[in-house]
Design a protein around this ligand. Sequence first.
Ligand code: HEC
Length: 120
Amino acid sequence: MTWLGLVACGLVSCGGIGGAPELGDMEAGGEPAEGGIKEVPNPSASMAAKSRKPIGQLQRGHEIYMLKCGECHVYQLPQNLDVDEWQEAMPKMIRHAGLESADEKAVLDYVVAVKIERGE
Ligand code: HEC
């Protein structure tokens, strides 16, 4: 599987999260919502209520997402995949990123909460 990582890195260039997230080719624009960028907003009470997840869990997921999930490829935004595609992709990505399964759950809960909040 390592060669896949190399391919991904070669195509989109690795690294490059210095302070502000490097958003690659996603569309720009929109005001930051509550301190986050529009596409990956900071967890809010409303997101927690609608997704029925504790806000701490969503905050953990958001943090890991911002730290890890743009390392090897451009950020895959919550809106890019359907919920079932996210469920399928996450276990693979957690292995790629070397995270624990609790982190996997947190990132998944976060991206799903963003989708629910937006009515996607
Ligand atoms: C160490 C490198 C690496 C890290 C870190 C990483 N990815 Fe990936 N990602 C890949 C590679 C390589 C692919 C290409 C396909 C594959 O391996 O399945 C990929 C593909 C994807 C896809 C496309 C769907 C699919 O099933 O192929 C999604 C969505 C994704 N990553 C999300 C994430 C998220 C969310 C995180 C943070 C937890 C993350 N990635 C962290 C390497 C990484």
